[in-house]
Each structure stands twice: as structure tokens, then as C-alpha cells.
Design a protein around this ligand. Structure first.
Ligand code: ATP
Ligand code: MG
Length: 292
């Protein structure tokens, strides 16, 4: 991979490139590249970056303009960002937000820049064999379920996920990044379903399911439901039981999220109407801060 990348850059400067000079996908600032230089085990890249990031390098400006999707993707897949490499800083991050907020897209981008040996990615509901079966039931538009059963099934899936995946990974000093976690239950099953009477019940069950976990760091992708639901429609991979809910349900979910995302003292909200690149950059910056 690194060889491909270097060959590509070499070709570019020798005028043999066929790559379009497209818009920079993730605008790298010099400071960011400075941090990349700290990566171990990539001497050629280290040399190249330090060479090209020098303001005196005659082709430096060209490089900033010329980095395109392909170069960037190679770079992201090659380099493990130092912020996620700290092996003795276990941290639990949950990506949250309503339908079509961009959770999957952000999680996928984070996956590309994380060291797979020190970061575990998972999702809720799901992430375990039992949890994935429960997910299928929960999301199936044909499932006929009341608010109580729904809550209990979500908690059952979470209990399995915490026991089988999250707790062991954190105990090994790994970082865990989950697509959805407990904040979703509060937003959907309490606010969305208008079941404030289940709040105490949820609190007790949650305490059991998540006992001993460190505080969750929530990244909330906030988007108006009409935009999120439009994206889900355009994604064209079928409707879930929750997508099919009325707009008022999704408005309540959004209000629940906004009211509670700071509950653990480690929360950030991102305006997810922005481009995927802007969302990614803001999320990464905050995760870095949390890790320091
Ligand atoms: N910031 C964005 N701007 C425009 N389109 C986006 C953005 N983020 C995601 N999308 C697109 O919107 C669709 C929904 O995104 P994604 O599947 O990541 O959302 P999600 O939060 O995981 O949705 P769900 O709640 O249904 O699981 C996808 O087709 C994705 O490519
Ligand atoms: Mg998703």
C-alpha cells in the first residue's frame, strides 16, 4: 500500500499521473501532517511528508492542491493516526443520532484511520451473534412489539454486547467505538415512544447491563429528521421499523438526544447537515482531545 502511494506521488511529480486534480477530500493542514510524521514504521512516508510539508519545498503548494481521493484514501489506510494508537488509554466512544444522521459513514471513516489491533468497532443493537438476531427482530417492519418488550429486547442485546465485546476489549486497554449505545434507548424508547413512565425501569436495567464500564463519550450527529429520512430513502436499502415512524416521533427522538447528550460530561454534538468531511474532521478532533 505504501509503495503504491509513493509510486503514485512520484508519477505525479514526473508528469505521468492520470489522476484528476480534484477537490481535497479532507483538507489537511500542516499541523495535521506534522502529527502524522510521528507515526512509527513508515520511514518513507515520514521522509515524504517532512519533505513536502516544508514551506520551502518548491512543490509543496502543488501537493496541497493535488492530493485527491485516491492519495488520501491510501494515506488513511496506510497510516495509523497516533491519537488512536495509545494502547493504555481504553476509551469508549458511541456515535449517536437519528435516522440517516451519518453514523455508519462516520464509523467507517474512523475505522480507516484506527489501528485495528487497538480499536474495536461494534454496533447496537447487534455486535454479538445473539445481538444480531435481536437486531433483525427489532428492525423488521413486520415485528409487532409494544414499548415494554422493545425496551427489554434492546437491553438484552446490550447486556450481551457489554459482556462479550465491550468489557473484554476495554480490559485489554483497547478503545471501543460503537455505532449507537444507551443514549439511543433514551431518545427512542422514552422520548420517541413518549413513555416517561418507563424511565426508572430503564435506568435500573441500564445500570445492570453497563455496570463497571467507564463513562461513555458520545458523539451526537444532529440532523433535522426530514433531512435524515430523505437520506435514508435515497440510500435505498429498505425501511426499518423505526424509519417508518411518523415525523413527530423522529422530532421527539431528536429532542431527547439534544437534551441528554451531555449527561456523562463527555458529549459533543455535530451539525450533521454539514458535509461528511466536515463531520469527520470535527469528530476526530474531539476524540483526540478526549484521549489526551
Ligand atoms: N453529512 C452527510 N451529507 C450527505 N449525505 C450523507 C451525510 N452523511 C451520510 N450521508 C448519506 O446518507 C445516507 C445515510 O447515512 P448513514 O447510513 O451513514 O446514516 P445512519 O445514521 O447510519 O442511518 P441509520 O440511522 O438509518 O442507520 C447514506 O447514503 C450516506 O452516504
Ligand atoms: Mg446506520
Amino acid at each position: 500500500m505504501i509503495k503504491d502511494w509513493l509510486r503514485g506521488v512520484q508519477d505525479f511529480f514526473q508528469g505521468r499521473n492520470g489522476w484528476p486534480l480534484r477537490r481535497v477530500v479532507l483538507t489537511p493542514r500542516r499541523g495535521d501532517f506534522g502529527q502524522l510524521v510521528g507515526c512509527k514504521g513508515h520511514e518513507p512516508l515520514l521522509w515524504l511528508v517532512s519533505e513536502l510539508s516544508s514551506p520551502k519545498a518548491r512543490y509543496a503548494e502543488l501537493l496541497w492542491k493535488a492530493i485527491n481521493d485516491r492519495v488520501l484514501h491510501c494515506l488513511l489506510e496506510t497510516v495509523h493516526f497516533p491519537w488512536i494508537n495509545q494502547e493504555d488509554t481504553p476509551m469508549f466512544v458511541a456515535i449517536e443520532g437519528g435516522e440517516g444522521a451519518g453514523k455508519d459513514l462516520l464509523t467507517e471513516r474512523l475505522r480507516r484511520v484506527c489501528n485495528p489491533s487497538t480499536t474495536v468497532f461494534t454496533r447496537e443493537p447487534g455486535g454479538t451473534p445473539t445481538g444480531e438476531k435481536l437486531r433483525a427482530v427489532l428492525l423488521d417492519p413486520e415485528t409487532d412489539m409494544g414499548a415494554e418488550e422493545e425496551l427489554l429486547v434492546f437491553i438484552a442485546a446490550r447486556t450481551a454486547l457489554v459482556r462479550q465485546v465491550i468489557r473484554p476489549a476495554l480490559a485489554e486497554g483497547k478503545t471501543v467505538i460503537s455505532n449507537r449505545f444507551a443514549l439511543s434507548t433514551l431518545a427512542y424508547q422514552i422520548y420517541g415512544r413518549e413513555r416517561n413512565d418507563l424511565l426508572e425501569f430503564l435506568r435500573q436495567l441500564s445500570e445492570r447491563a453497563t455496570a463497571g464500564l467507564p463513562p461513555v463519550h458520545y458523539v451526537l450527529l444532529d440532523v433535522p429528521p426530514e433531512i435524515g429520512l430523505r437520506r435514508v430513502k435515497q440510500r435505498n436499502d429498505g425501511e426499518t421499523r423505526f424509519d417508518a415512524e411518523k415525523q413527530a416521533f423522529h422530532e421527539r427522538v431528536r429532542a431527547g438526544y439534544l437534551q441528554h447528550y451531555m449527561d456523562t460530561n463527555y458529549g459533543m454534538a455535530i451539525d450533521a447537515r454539514q458535509s461528511p468531511e466536515e463531520v469527520f474532521e470535527q469528530a476526530i478532533q474531539r476524540i483526540r482531545q478526549w484521549q489526551q
